[in-house]
Design a protein around this ligand. Structure first.
Ligand code: NQM
Length: 371
């Protein structure tokens, strides 16, 4: 970072999300100063993020902070930060497996890790959860290759595969200790295989579970029920008061329609995801494999193999998840994503003096476009 506040930044698509990637050393070490700078870089708070890099949706208002790791088990440390769109909030309380897909390529691009032959594996310590991931991607001629033939739902075209493996998670798969809980009058399963998620049968909330995200977001009764369930589940899951936080997520479950195991609609937590998060899907898939959980009677699990195809609003996400159902413990999780470097350069943050003044809402009295 220079005296004028400009910062070296790489904008990358990671899976079905997009975010600004930084070297930790290029950002202020003090979290308050860092978060203030990130709000100004992303253009928050403003529902359109018109004055910054953010894309006016939680899925495109994300930041990765990457550094060499001091941990002998890891090459790099990755801290994920969710930047509020219309609220001046930056939180490290959740992780992001989509933005994770860009971390290995970014680490090679910026010289934190050398390319290692035709394919490079980068061991990543995810600082939000303390857990480890290993990302493997093509590096022919010592450079990251972004083109390839892997397709993921929610992203047009194809790109090089980034294979991400997660060894056994440290925390309990069922954070409440129960396979089912009754929360705000609804039977749910609370699960955490990298992302705290509350699984809710869509039918229990009076919806089909195959609606579009826009249709579900317009349903005020549903929004109220989801909020009640989330706040109560947060306490049961040991997360405390989750008002104002982005975890746990809520995933509605419905029978599959396109050859998958289950249909999902995920709230992150207010907006409905246009697909599903990677770790969110890893938690859903693991939850479906727990005997007696609320997915039973809704999901159709394959009779053999680890692969679970999780359907979502724009296609599906396949997760390999090996669960020992007796404990239950997840032995291994793996997923294929793609990532792409969009630009690399210098970002010029909005000056600090205007940071605290929220922009008028679109269509509001002070919005010139509405006049
Ligand atoms: O669950 C969105 C995303 C995510 C998170 C969210 C994610 C994950 O799609 O690993 O990737 O749940 O807020 O980027």
């Amino acid at each position: 970072m220079t005296g004028t506040g400009e910062v070296r930044c790489t904008l990358m698509r990671g899976g079905t999300s997009k975010g600004a990637y930084f070297l930790a050393g290029d950002l202020p070490a003090d979290p308050g100063a860092r978060d203030d700078l990130l709000l100004r870089i992303m253009g928050s708070p403003d529902p359109r993020q018109i004055d910054g890099l953010g894309g006016a949706h939680p899925l495109t208002s994300k930041v990765a902070v990457v550094s060499r790791s001091a941990d002998p088990e890891a090459d790099v440390d990755y801290l994920f930060l969710q930047v509020g769109v219309d609220a001046p909030e930056v939180t490290d309380r959740q992780n992001c497996g989509n933005i994770l897909a860009g971390v290995g390529p970014f680490a090679v691009e910026r010289g934190l890790v050398p390319a290692d032959g035709a394919e490079t594996s980068v061991r990543i310590r995810m600082r939000n959860t303390g857990e480890l991931a290993v990302a493997t991607f093509p590096t022919p001629d010592g450079r990251v290759a972004y083109t390839g033939d892997a397709a993921i739902s929610g992203v047009p075209g194809t790109a090089a595969a980034v294979v991400i493996e997660f060894p056994q998670g440290a925390g309990p798969l069922l954070p409440t200790g129960n396979v089912r809980d009754t929360v705000a009058g609804t039977e749910v399963t609370c699960v955490d295989n990298g992302m705290p998620v509350v699984l809710v049968p869509a039918a229990a909330l009076g919806v089909g579970g195959h609606e579009t995200p826009a249709e579900l977001e317009q349903d005020a009764v549903l929004a109220g029920r989801l909020r009640e369930i989330r706040l109560a589940a947060g306490h049961l899951m040991g997360l405390g008061d989750v008002e104002g936080t982005t975890v746990p997520k809520l995933t509605l479950l419905a029978p599959p329609r396109d050859g998958g195991a289950v249909t999902t609609r995920t709230f992150i937590p207010v907006r409905c995801h246009t697909s599903i998060g990677v770790l969110g899907a890893a938690s859903v898939a693991a939850g479906l494999r727990v005997p007696g959980a609320v997915g039973e009677g809704i999901a159709l699990l394959p009779e053999s193999g680890d692969r679970v195809r999780v359907e979502h609003p724009t296609g599906f996400l396949e997760v390999d998840v090996d669960v020992d159902p007796s404990s239950p413990v997840v032995r291994r999780t793996a997923v294929v994503r793609t990532a792409r470097k969009i630009f690399d350069g210098t970002v010029f943050p909005r000056p600090a003096a205007t940071a605290a003044v929220p922009a008028p809402r679109p269509g509001g009295d002070h919005d010139p476009a509405a006049r």
